[in-house]
Design a protein around this ligand. Structure first.
Ligand code: IPE
Ligand code: IPE
Ligand code: MG
Length: 264
């Protein structure tokens, strides 16, 4: 795989890594503003953002991140102008068509998370086929969040658990965090380590609410279409420089680090 343009700086940051995050999520924000700054339509920004998606996937695959979760369309984004929603859906469909083969060749497993039942039936079919084609791939799991909302995810998990209780398959006492984790849309994936948001805003916008409990946050003013491997590398290097304490003290963590074990 070719890391192109900013190879040198990406390599420099790679040397400083102690820890590669296992699971990274990105709120890909700023397409509209990027286009407007150029005097173009917002939808031009969405189209241009596809190259940044490719760069992120290449980078994640290259450095050994095992799960990459990208926020493509939120449950709130339906409220945008009709034409913009329609372009976003068409783009999703086109990208699925053009990229799935490449993903498969690179041993990447694709998964779409979110309430896909609200998407166009043909798009749902394409998603299913793409997921089936790539389901046995192991190098990277690429989750695309479409019609995704963190609150939806929690309610969806709760409904499934409530049904289990109703059918006497589960006792309320058996409900704990580990069990709940099995019902959210990221079940089976590593804990979220790093959440990146481009576009300058410092908010979660109803993304992975349950999953970001102990994630590290990285915000950049870069607008999504300008995001690339070297900016991703800077975020990962920043992540590696942080001490994650999980509620413990700094010295407890240092002792655990020396023993080579993890607090949780
Ligand atoms: C992110 O860019 C893409 C989606 C939300 C689909 P935006 O479209 O939100 O761009 P800005 O934030 O308006 O610049
Ligand atoms: C978050 O961006 C959703 C995606 C990136 C898909 P938004 O642009 O929708 O978020 P807000 O409206 O600024 O919170
Ligand atoms: Mg936005």
């Amino acid at each position: 795989m070719n890391l192109s343009g900013n190879q040198a700086s990406a390599d420099a940051s790679l040397e400083t890594y102690q820890t590669i995050p296992k699971h990274v999520a990105i709120i890909m924000d700023g397409n509209g503003r990027w286009a407007q700054q150029k005097g173009k339509l917002r939808t031009f920004g969405h189209k241009s953002g596809v190259e940044a998606v490719r760069a992120s996937v290449r980078y994640a695959r290259e450095v050994g991140i095992s799960s990459l979760t990208l926020f493509a369309f939120s449950s709130e984004n339906w409220q945008r102008p009709k034409e913009e929603v329609s372009v976003l859906m068409q783009l999703f469909s086109l990208v699925l068509k053009s990229e799935v083969k490449k993903l498969d060749q690179n041993n990447i497993k694709l998964k779409v998370i979110g309430d896909t039942s609200a998407l166009d039936k043909k798009l749902q079919e394409k998603i299913k086929k793409a997921e089936q084609k790539t389901e046995n791939n192991t190098a990277l799991t690429l989750n695309i969040a479409a019609n995704y909302g963190g609150r939806w995810d929690i309610i969806n998990a709760t409904k499934q658990i409530a049904n289990q209780v109703k059918n006497n398959a589960l006792l309320p006492e058996q409900i704990d965090e580990a069990l709940f984790n099995n019902y959210v849309s990221t079940s089976g994936l590593p804990e979220l380590d790093l959440l990146i948001r481009t576009g300058g805003d410092h908010r979660v916008s109803n993304f992975l609410l349950w999953q970001c409990a102990y994630a590290e946050f990285y915000f950049t003013d870069t607008l999504w279409p300008d995001f690339n491997e070297s900016i991703f590398a800077v975020a990962v290097a920043d992540f590696a420089s942080r001490q994650r304490r999980f509620g413990l003290t700094g010295s407890q963590i240092m002792t655990l680090d020396k023993k080579g074990s993890e607090p949780c």
